[in-house]
Structure formats: structure tokens, C-alpha cells
Unconditional design. Structure first.
Length: 316
């Protein structure tokens, strides 16, 4: 392929590259190393990553560049069969951009094409299908934070035989605060980049029932509504009203009373939001992390069935 495109070999033996002559930069090859070798079957490389744009480093610019790349690739190849976020841990334990880690995949055999948020901008990544999927599968060992981000697949014929790893369960409120904070902080950048809108209800088990407690809605901005029982003082926990967050009127109307507008790409303060949600859930009667439940409605997004691996919370 390199010869056909007129690309020259460069880099070093440990970090080989293909000199593309593109303004967005040269392509990188990832050789099979210690972290990859247990997942391969004869392959020499597990990724060829080609940068497609180098936007400004802020979250809004990165998300917009990813969205533009998505539209262009989708126009050529059709709707991707897999979408999601790598969270803070990419394939083969690679680190991910702080603004967000969205990805889209056009799954195939023997190779898969992925549009990924790279460290400097969106990248098209050509990868043998089995090593990447074997790595993901093996992360389902159940330890806290074993898998981050979220993973969605549709009913495309390309997904026949696609495996799904087991998840993990948060064992402390500290774990929930961390995982929820990381999820919320990147969420509007990721939904903007992917071109999706999430509606995610959370239910809180209080020993008698599990009423609706929060409603997280995120497209180009993140809005959260609170349905805490009368015994809870939401204002004291940091919640506001529509007067304080007028943008939320177009999301929730005038009901419920309590809500927060966390902003667009790069704006949410994830840890503070997570602390507020956890404090509210505990004040409402949730005694342990498994009492905070993701509504099953959140699992269906734009034709994809989505699993929120990175939260470590039950779905029901």
C-alpha cells in the first residue's frame, strides 16, 4: 500500500513511520511488542495510523475536526458499524487525549478501519481486526477500571461474530466519583465529535424502590436534571434552577425544579459534578455503589446498542 501511494519508509526500527507528504503529518506504524504479542497470530504490525487533520488543541476544535472527518469517511464508506469512546485507556494500553477519546469503526475481515481521536487530531487507523478485538475481550477480567469509556455496535452484517467482554463493578463511592467524573468531563466533546445525543437516566435504590434520580442529557452541551426526594436539599448540594441555568429550559422545560448546565466541549468540571451526583444519591438513600443504576434506555443511541463499561455501575 505504501508503494502504491508513493509513501517512503522512515522513522526508527522501534517506531517506524511512512513519510506521506501530507500537511497533517506522516503515518505511524505500531510493531508487535510486549503488550501486543499475546493477541496476534502472525501479524508484524497492529496499527497503521494516518493523521487526517491538525486542529487547535482545545476540545471544541478537536471535536469539530473529528466530526468533519466522520462526515467525510461516512460519505465514502457508509455508517460505521461500531462507535464509542476509548476513555483513558486505548487499545494495547495506549494513553488517550485528555479532551476525549471518541472512535468510529468500519469493521471488516481481516482488517478494520477506525477513525480515532489522536494526540494531535483525528487519525484513520488501519488495523488487523483480531488483535484489537482480542485485547478488548481480555480486559473483561472484572477488576476496577479494567475497561474505560463506552462501546456501541449496530446490527450491521459486519458485526457478525463480534464479542463483548464482561464489565466490572465499582466497589466504593470513591471509584464511582472518579469514573463518573472522567465520563462527564469528556462527554460533550465526545458526543459532539460522534454526532450523537445521549439521554441517560439514573435510578437510585433507597431500600424500598428505585425511583428516577438524575437525567443526564448530552449533545453539544451537558445538562443534568435532579429528581431527589423532598427530604434532600438539592440547593445545599450545588443544584440550581432554570433561572440560574436558562439553557436547560430547552432540555427539561420548567420541570424538574433542580438542574445544572455543565457546558459544551471542554467546559464540564467532571470531578465536581461527580461529587455532587454521588452526594445527592447518598442523601437520597443509596447506601452502596450498586444502588446507583443506569437506566436501560441509555443503552440505545442512534441505532447502536451501547454499554457504558467505564462507569462500573449496574444497568436496569
Amino acid at each position: 500500500m505504501a508503494a502504491e501511494w508513493g509513501w517512503a519508509w522512515g522513522g526508527t526500527p522501534d517506531a517506524p513511520a511512512l513519510i506521506t507528504g501530507r500537511a497533517s503529518g506522516d503515518a505511524r506504524l505500531r510493531p508487535v511488542g510486549d503488550y501486543e504479542k499475546r493477541h496476534v497470530d502472525g501479524e508484524s504490525y497492529v496499527e497503521l495510523a494516518v493523521p487526517v487533520a491538525v486542529p487547535a488543541p482545545d476540545a471544541a476544535a478537536q471535536a469539530a475536526a473529528f466530526r468533519a472527518a466522520k462526515e467525510e469517511v461516512t460519505a465514502a464508506l457508509g455508517k460505521p458499524s461500531v462507535m464509542g469512546s476509548h476513555g483513558d485507556m486505548g487499545p494495547f494500553y495506549d494513553s488517550q487525549p485528555l479532551w476525549g477519546a471518541p472512535f468510529l469503526r468500519w469493521r471488516g475481515r481481516p482488517d478494520t478501519l477506525e477513525l480515532r481521536a489522536g494526540k494531535s487530531g483525528p487519525e484513520l487507523v488501519l488495523q488487523p481486526t483480531d488483535p484489537a478485538e482480542n485485547w478488548f475481550w481480555r480486559q473483561g477480567h472484572g477488576e476496577e477500571h479494567a475497561i474505560s469509556g463506552f462501546f456501541g455496535s449496530n446490527r450491521d452484517q459486519a458485526n457478525v461474530g463480534l464479542g463483548f467482554p464482561g464489565g466490572w463493578t465499582a466497589r466504593s463511592w470513591e471509584t464511582v466519583t472518579r469514573s463518573l467524573g472522567e465520563f462527564l468531563e469528556a462527554l460533550p466533546a465526545e458526543t459532539t465529535a460522534l454526532g450523537i445525543r445521549l439521554g441517560m437516566p439514573f435510578y437510585g435504590r433507597d431500600g424500598r424502590s428505585a425511583p428516577l434520580l438524575f437525567d443526564v442529557v448530552c449533545g453539544d452541551r451537558l445538562s443534568i436534571a435532579c429528581f431527589a426526594p423532598d427530604a434532600v436539599d438539592p440547593a445545599a448540594l450545588g443544584w440550581g434552577t432554570v433561572a440560574e441555568f436558562p439553557h436547560t429550559a430547552s432540555v427539561f422545560g420548567d420541570d424538574p425544579v433542580w438542574r445544572v448546565d455543565a457546558g459544551g466541549p471542554g467546559e464540564p468540571k467532571g470531578h465536581a459534578l461527580a461529587e455532587m451526583l454521588v452526594a445527592t444519591a447518598r442523601a437520597a438513600g443509596a447506601s452502596e455503589p450498586t444502588d446507583l443504576i443506569i437506566g436501560g434506555e441509555a443503552g440505545y443511541v442512534d441505532g447502536y446498542h451501547v454499554t457504558y463499561y467505564g462507569l462500573g455501575l449496574p444497568t436496569g
